[in-house]
Every structure is written in structure tokens, then in C-alpha cells.
Design a protein around this ligand. Structure first.
Ligand SMILES: [Mg+2]
Ligand SMILES: [Zn+2]
Length: 192
């Protein structure tokens, strides 16, 4: 890896995912230890970049000003803990738009590779959903699943069909970062 880079999902990975979209800073609630974990990555020399599906934009549930306000709040909360997100790549489309950037498609990842001028081969990608893992695999990243969102019950369990065989499972972002920084034993790879 020429560049120490980690790609993160947002909802269900950094902040609580809700049935409703996060439409305002007041609705954005970080998961316990998540911001501290990003800060630890930064201090270990990692650049942290977000890749997030935000179909609320395409559905008219949130506008750019509100999304920017949510992200400003997130970055400020993170900065208070000494952390930094370098860039936020988002897909504004809905499933019906048939774009190539909505995860599980790897378009956002390709944008990241282009922006940083690096290969994403072996870059850790952390998310809470199947489509995060599929997009990561398609982009050549190493998929890490956290059980703080769509799949709360997958710790120590066999992964459902569709997950990349190389998917590693962690309880939460803090545990995943411990693993990446070598502070915890490897989580068991789960056979497909
Ligand atoms: Mg998510
Ligand atoms: Zn898109």
C-alpha cells in the first residue's frame, strides 16, 4: 500500500443508522468510540476517506445544504477528538438512477483512487452492509464488516450468501481499528 488510506462507510459505521435518513446535525449521533477510533487511525498516519450512499438527496429528503451541515457537524465533533476525515465521497442517486457510484458498485472507490492517484489494492474498507463489502471487493479493497448497523448479529457467525469470502467481521469500528493497528488478535476469517 503506497499510501496509508482507510475507506469508511458513514451510516451504521460511524453514526447510528436510523430508519429515517439523517437529515440534520441534530439527527446525527456518533456510535460509541467511533470518532475516537478515527482519531487513532489518523495518529497512526492513516488518511481516512468516506464513501457513502446518500440516496436521500436523490429522493428529495435532504438537500446539499443540509448534508453539508451534517458533515460539518461530524467533522467538528471529530476534530474535538483530534481526528480528521480527508474527504467525503457520496452517491446522491437512488437505486432507480442506475448510476455506477451507488454501492455495491465501485464508482465512489474509483473516484477515490483517481483523486489520490493510488491503487486501492489492499486498502481497508469498513462498513456495516453487504453492499459496502461488495463494493470494497470490486475495488480491490479488503472488506471489514462492523456489526453496528445492518448486521448486528454476525460476530462469530457464518456470513450470509453474497459476502466476499475475505470479509473480516468486527463488533464495531473501535475493534476494527484495533485490529488494523495490530492491537487485537485477527478476527476469524469466515468461509463463504
Ligand atoms: Mg452503512
Ligand atoms: Zn450514484
Amino acid at each position: 500500500m503506497p499510501h496509508k488510506l482507510v475507506i469508511l462507510d458513514r451510516d451504521g459505521t460511524i453514526n447510528r443508522a436510523s430508519e429515517e435518513f439523517v437529515k440534520s446535525p441534530e439527527e446525527w449521533h456518533p456510535l460509541p468510540g467511533a470518532l475516537e477510533a478515527i482519531s487513532r487511525l489518523n495518529h497512526a498516519g492513516y488518511h481516512v476517506v468516506l464513501a457513502t450512499n446518500q440516496s436521500g438527496l436523490g429522493r428529495g429528503l435532504i438537500d446539499m445544504a443540509a448534508l453539508n451541515a451534517v458533515h460539518a457537524h461530524m467533522c467538528k465533533s471529530l476534530a474535538a477528538l483530534g481526528g480528521r476525515i480527508d474527504a467525503i465521497f457520496y452517491c446522491p442517486h437512488t437505486a432507480d438512477d442506475a448510476c455506477t457510484c451507488r454501492k455495491p458498485w465501485p464508482g465512489l472507490f474509483n473516484q477515490i483512487a483517481e483523486r489520490y492517484g493510488v491503487s486501492l489494492q489492499g486498502v481497508p474498507c469498513i462498513g456495516d452492509s453487504l453492499r459496502d463489502m461488495q463494493a470494497a471487493e470490486a475495488a480491490g479493497c479488503v472488506p471489514h464488516l462492523v456489526c453496528t448497523g445492518r448486521h448486528p448479529d454476525l460476530m462469530g457467525r457464518e456470513l450470509p450468501a453474497g459476502f466476499p469470502a475475505m470479509t473480516r467481521v468486527h463488533a464495531n469500528l473501535a475493534d476494527c481499528v484495533d485490529h488494523l493497528l495490530g492491537a487485537a488478535p485477527l478476527s476469524k476469517p469466515v468461509a463463504a
